[in-house]
Design a protein. Sequence first.
Length: 252
Amino acid sequence: MVNPNRKFFVGGNFKMNGTVDMINELINHLNNAKLDGKTEVVVAPPSIYLLQVKEKLTPPAQVAAQNCYTADSGAYTGEISPSQLQDANIEWVILGHSERRSMFGDTDKFVADKTKAAIANGLKVILCVGESQEEREKDITMEVNERQLEAVTKTIEEKDWEHIVLAYEPVWAIGTGLVASPQQAQEVHADLRQWLGQRVSQKVADSIRIIYGGSVNGKNCKELARQPDIDGFLVGGASLKPEFVDICKSAD
Ligand code: PEP
């Protein structure tokens, strides 16, 4: 059940995968699918391929970086700044992905600071939150998600939320084939929306897209898309396969 006030959104996170040729093939496949624009589609290739994808991808599909830093420029070897992304006409950036949090030391505060810097430079942000298996088993799912969101809430202003798509990505579901059930995902999405209503504003809660990520594929996407608080998907593994097009059409 797609909410008419929240345009369905599908992001494809290629992670550190692909070659020039493989990425051209993926983009050609997406272009040939002639998506009608009813769903907002954004693909996130590794940074070395951002400009290639930007050049080849047919709008209205858009491009996202998988990360950025906080500063505009300077001695930060290996980083990309939000203003450089903007200069290259890259519209979106993924921030707070669990792989960055768990493997590269991105703290809640760092993710919040990057979010602020990205929005200040005109970027839109796919902001990821999610609990681990252990945290779910300990029954602290919402505590963890709220803690991650609270850092952002303290750092940005209410008006900034219109530039954010919130991705709920339970860590136990990412890349494992263990997709959350539609009920499990819906429950957390509804809780996140309620929390945003209380902590930020009802306007933000009603309008923000909350997308689900974690082992979404061409088969399970339809039922997930029917949940009232699931406004789209962030897709990892399946974004590298032809079935990504089916996921982009899952709300049709
Ligand atoms: C992700 O990395 O954001 C993701 C959801 O991965 P996968 O779809 O492979 O679980």
